[in-house]
Design a protein around this ligand. Structure first.
Ligand code: GTP
Ligand code: MG
Length: 257
């Protein structure tokens, strides 16, 4: 009975990531199936989107297209957020209220992350996004609830560009860069002395600001599975190239619907 009730609520997918990565281009593709010119976004936008054929929503795998429950299952809310550094509060507030969300797509320009400043900009934002999800899980477990799993897709976009990193390299590159981000953040915390006040559980605080597995090792996305965050990486391109190809992203969305 409860399953039936929750199945009725419209599921949501959140688009997040740095400016220029292709979030609005993806929303536009989802909406009209052909790309119009996009402009840098200044406000979030939610549309009702439909999972395109031939992708099949996981919750209606045994239904046929046209069946009302199949049609209901493939319909979802898609929310675009501005990526500009000064407009991140919109995305942050969506991360703080994840009710109804069944997945997060972090869109990355796979050419831009091949070197700095694109790499550091992207990995800082990804680090902060994943840390917000880790904290969300920690605060639920503190209050005795189990946080709902929230999977993240890193959508390596712009693969039509010859400078773009293929998805498996994009993943390694981002893991390495996030290792650097978390080290420098930890150092910053120490230097600020914020966690060293007496009687305070300073050490624990430092640990709660640390993304993934505590220790000397390098960061890997799999370290977040412990807190219910499964990170996948899939490549695609929204414009350019021979044709638009974001099937791998749709397949990931289909598994969540
Ligand atoms: P903000 O709104 O500033 O956060 O950026 P955004 O992530 O919404 O980026 P947007 O979708 O506006 O795309 C930025 C630019 O990248 C646009 O000029 C797009 O046409 C271009 N773009 C998007 N996807 C691709 C792609 O797959 N390949 C290439 N070559 N260009 C792309
Ligand atoms: Mg945009």
């Amino acid at each position: 009975r409860r399953a039936a009730a929750s199945a009725k609520a419209t599921k949501g997918i959140l688009l997040i990531g740095p400016s220029g990565a292709g979030k609005t281009a993806f929303l536009t593709t989802a909406e009209r199936k052909s790309i119009a010119q996009t402009h840098t976004s200044t406000a979030p936008l939610t549309i009702r989107a439909t999972l395109p054929s031939p992708h099949v929503p996981a919750s209606a795998a045994f239904r046929a297209p046209g069946d009302p429950s199949f049609e209901r299952a493939r319909s979802f809310n898609l929310t675009d957020t501005p990526g500009h550094g000064k407009l991140r509060r919109f995305a942050t507030s969506k991360l703080n209220d994840t009710l109804g969300l069944c997945g997060i797509i972090f869109v990355v320009d796979a050419a831009y992350i091949s070197e700095d400043p694109g790499l550091v900009e992207t990995s800082e934002y990804l680090h902060d996004t994943l840390l917000a999800l880790q904290k969300r899980a920690a605060s639920s477990s503190k209050s005795g609830r189990e946080a709902k799993e929230l999977p993240v897709l890193i959508a390596a976009n712009k693969l039509d560009l010859f400078t773009a990193l293929p998805p498996h390299l994009a993943k390694l590159q981002l893991e390495k860069a996030i290792s650097r981000v978390r080290r420098s953040r930890a150092k910053g915390l120490k230097n600020s002395g914020a966690t060293l006040s007496e009687g305070d559980d300073g050490g624990a605080d430092e640990e709660s600001e640390w993304l993934g597995e505590w220790g000397e090792g390098e960061f890997e996305f799999t370290q977040l599975e412990e807190v219910g965050v499964t990170v996948s990486v899939a490549g695609g391109n929204l414009v350019g190239g021979e044709k638009v190809d974001v099937d791998a992203w749709w397949e990931w969305v289909a598994e969540r619907l």
